[in-house]
Design a protein around this ligand. Structure first.
Ligand code: NI
Length: 182
């Protein structure tokens, strides 16, 4: 197993809609590596494209605040309905050191597959609903900087610009990142 390199804002894989998973037989290594990377980086969730893998897959572990079963793996997920509203400070492993107050629905109904290809439709709320929305946004090319007011965005503009510049410079040096050819 391995800790993978995180892809930062500026890399185009974070702006694409990831491909659906069709071959479930080869997921094990990717998932193990994603967990290793998420724990190493102290994140509570990680989407596949954040480590350069173009697949509709994310993992979450919020066992520090929630005693239901974690870690969890969500494949080919889709929010089928949502309601309520909450505001919460979110960070993102792909935009290091930046946190923003993001408004999202409080509850969602989420349809997804597990590693055995079985479909589930479940209701989520609280932190888990928020984490799922953050990760599914990643898989659709959406980042937290897209979800806040101009005023909030302006406050972090300098940091975000620097992250993008560094990310593009890295990309220029190594145009082929894991699983993603530009
Ligand atoms: Ni993120």
């Amino acid at each position: 197993m391995a800790v993978l390199e995180l892809v930062n804002y500026g890399n185009p894989i974070l702006r694409k809609t990831c491909n659906s998973v069709t071959d479930f037989s080869k997921l094990v290594d990717s998932i193990d590596n994603m967990f290793d990377t998420m724990y190493e980086e102290e994140g509570i969730g990680l989407a596949a494209n954040q480590v350069g893998i173009d697949m509709n897959l994310f993992v979450i572990d919020i066992s520090h605040t929630d005693d239901s079963e974690f870690p969890r793996i969500f494949i080919n997920g889709k929010i089928t309905s949502s309601d309520g509203e909450s505001i919460f400070s979110e960070g993102c492993l792909s935009i290091p050191q930046v946190s923003l107050e993001v408004t999202r629905p409080e509850r969602i109904i989420f349809k997804y597959q597990d590693v055995e290809e079985k479909w589930h439709e479940e209701e989520f709320d609280g932190l888990l609903a928020r984490a799922i929305q953050h990760e599914i946004d990643h898989l659709n090319g959406v980042l937290i900087i897209d979800l806040v007011s101009e005023m909030q965005r302006a406050r972090v503009n300098k940091e975000v610009k620097k992250i993008k510049k560094d990310s593009l410079a890295k990309l220029k040096q190594h145009p082929i990142t894991k699983g993603f050819v530009l």
